[in-house]
Design a protein around this ligand. Structure first.
Ligand SMILES: Cc1ncc(C[n+]2csc(CCOP(=O)(O)OP(=O)(O)O)c2C)c(N)n1
Length: 374
């Protein structure tokens, strides 16, 4: 039986932020002030955006929404640690990456509403955004396939000698899917320039992470595939930034993949279709609220005298205004024409689809809110 050394990065928990707002000087990436504040602003934006969108879902204006409350640090650190040419293969909790990489909020919201301004033409359920302009593909709802896709795209980049890195995401639950095994095997054997990140938020809807594996950690699985592994505090944006940046640049320069476990917690429901009080204790949620990634980062910024009450209030007000303006612009936009349902698959729409479309168009259009799965 082999043993792993005590300093194995797949067993520890790399962190930078301390509870008093100071940082570990050996670990702090010492980012410049605009970057530090930019990351905070983006984390705050997705926190507020999630609150507003969940309220919209409860009002029946949108069909579905998946919040990332408590998990903002991983997507935002990824957005700042990657280059624009790198590709993102998200799961449900990483839609904010494309926003932080410059995708317009109105277009992002148009996907939530599935209206005719949506680049995906309303064909995906809400919270499955994609943006070619910012190199982010859409999640497919099925748990897992985005990982082999990230590995395949990285492999293609390697063959083309394109200095591009791909970043693929899964939750702890999806590590039980065969696609995780396929992705890790191919990444390790063919040494492709990708970073695979598992957001271990402790729950896969009602199934706790302890039911997904008997391994000591998720990160330790990297060893079995011959892939570099790291385990990082998923509520510590500076630790995440440093770990992801190092892994991305290592992949770019050596074509070696890394598997990262980000240890975090889903504070909200799995999605707007879920009621977590049915399967978990409020005391557990309360304990994790004390480790809120925004609060911890805020302490660091205040201690560094980069943030105070006045700046926080003006940032929040500007974000609220931006969201309200975007929602006002997007909400009245009409759904895509029903004819778009039969387009973009065949060069010429076949007769049976033309007939079905004609039959459908003989009936009045249904209300536009859509999607209620997960
Ligand atoms: C192949 C497959 N099986 C089951 C589901 C239903 N499902 C949707 S989300 C989910 C839990 C996902 O948990 P995890 O991978 O930990 O990610 P999280 O949502 O917690 O971020 C399940 C079981 C699915 N979408 N796809």
């Amino acid at each position: 039986m082999t043993t792993v050394p005590d300093n194995d990065p797949t067993l520890g928990l790399f962190s930078v932020l301390r509870d008093d707002g100071s940082s570990d000087p050996q670990a702090d990436p010492f980012l410049d002030d605009p970057t530090l504040l930019g990351m905070y602003r983006e984390m705050l934006r997705i926190r507020i955006l999630d609150e507003r969108m969940l309220a919209r879902q409860r009002q029946g204006r949108i069909g579905f929404y998946g919040t990332v409350t408590g998990q903002e640090a991983t997507p935002i650190a990824t957005a700042f640690a990657t280059r624009p040419e790198d590709w993102i293969f998200p799961a449900l909790r990483e839609n904010a990456i494309m926003l932080a990489r410059g995708f317009p909020l109105e277009k992002w919201l148009a996907q939530v509403y599935g209206n005719s301004a949506d680049v995906l033409k309303g064909r995906q359920m809400p919270s499955h955004m994609s943006g070619r302009a910012v190199n982010q593909v859409s999640w497919g709802s099925c748990l897992g396939p985005q990982l082999p896709q990230a590995v395949g795209a990285a492999w293609a980049a390697k063959l083309k000698k394109d200095p591009v890195v791909t970043v693929g995401f899964i939750g702890d639950g999806a590590t039980s899917e065969p696609d995780f095994h396929s992705a890790m095997t191919f990444a390790g054997v063919y040494k492709v320039p990708c970073v695979l990140i598992c957001q271990n938020n402790h729950w896969a809807i009602s199934v706790p992470s302890s039911r997904q594996t008997s391994s000591k950690t998720f990160a330790i699985k990297a060893h079995a595939y011959g892939v570099r592994g790291a385990r990082v505090d998923g509520n510590d944006v500076l630790a995440l930034y440093r770990t992801i940046k190092e892994a991305v640049e290592h992949a770019r320069t050596t074509s070696e993949p890394t598997f990262i476990e980000a240890v975090t917690y889903r504070i909200g429901a799995h999605s707007s279709s879920d009621d977590p009080t049915r399967y978990r204790q409020e005391s557990e949620v309360e304990a994790w609220r004390l480790r809120d990634p925004l609060v911890r980062y805020e302490r660091y910024l205040r201690r560094a005298e980069l943030l105070d009450d006045a700046l926080k209030a003006s940032m929040s007000a500007a974000i609220e205004e931006q969201i309200a303006t975007a929602v006002r612009a997007v909400e009245p936009i009409a759904p895509p024409p029903r004819s778009s349902m039969v387009e973009d698959v065949y060069a010429t729409v076949p007769r049976h689809l033309r007939e079905q479309l004609a039959e459908m168009e003989a009936h009045p259009a249904p209300p536009s809110a859509h999607g209620a799965g997960h």
